[in-house]
Design a protein around this ligand. Structure first.
Ligand SMILES: [Zn+2]
Length: 143
């Protein structure tokens, strides 16, 4: 691929003729304009998830396939940070964070994600901090 920057799509490394991203495949390519042959390596960010979903569908278990996957890890962080920043709701934020953390773990198992458990553990730790701060805030408020 050329070094013309992220704004332009894939192009021929020799003449920089733009390549059709939808028709580009991994492996040897021949430029239609200058005839240069080169190796293409495509980036497929959604293929694995789509393949997993298809596998689930073909196995007949389509009852639990939502139209849109929820980002539980992101939600866990959101609740933890909100709980820490807004101390009075920290207890609630911590509980919601813990719930989302466990949902995120289950989601990772379903998707076959090997990594990412540390990030869930970090979110859960932040949620526990939020919970503790919320309890402290409530105790100080009640005294
Ligand atoms: Zn070319």
């Amino acid at each position: 691929m050329s070094e013309r920057g992220a704004s332009s799509g894939p192009s021929c490394p020799s003449c920089e003729e733009p390549l059709d991203r939808d028709r580009l495949a991994d492996g040897p390519q021949l430029c239609a304009r200058c005839g240069t042959s080169f190796q293409a390596a495509c980036f497929h960010p959604v293929v694995r998830r789509a393949a997993l979903r298809e596998g689930r569908l073909s196995s007949g278990d389509d009852s639990r396939t939502p139209s849109r996957e929820r980002d539980y890890l992101g939600l866990a962080w959101l609740f933890a940070v909100a709980g820490i920043l807004l101390c009075p709701v920290g207890v609630l934020g911590g509980v919601l964070c813990a719930y989302c953390s466990f949902r995120a773990l289950r989601q990772m198992r379903e998707w076959g994600d090997a990594g990412g458990r540390l990030r869930v553990a970090a979110a859960l730790a932040a949620g526990l901090l939020s919970f503790a701060l919320g309890l402290l805030g409530a105790a100080r408020f009640l005294r």
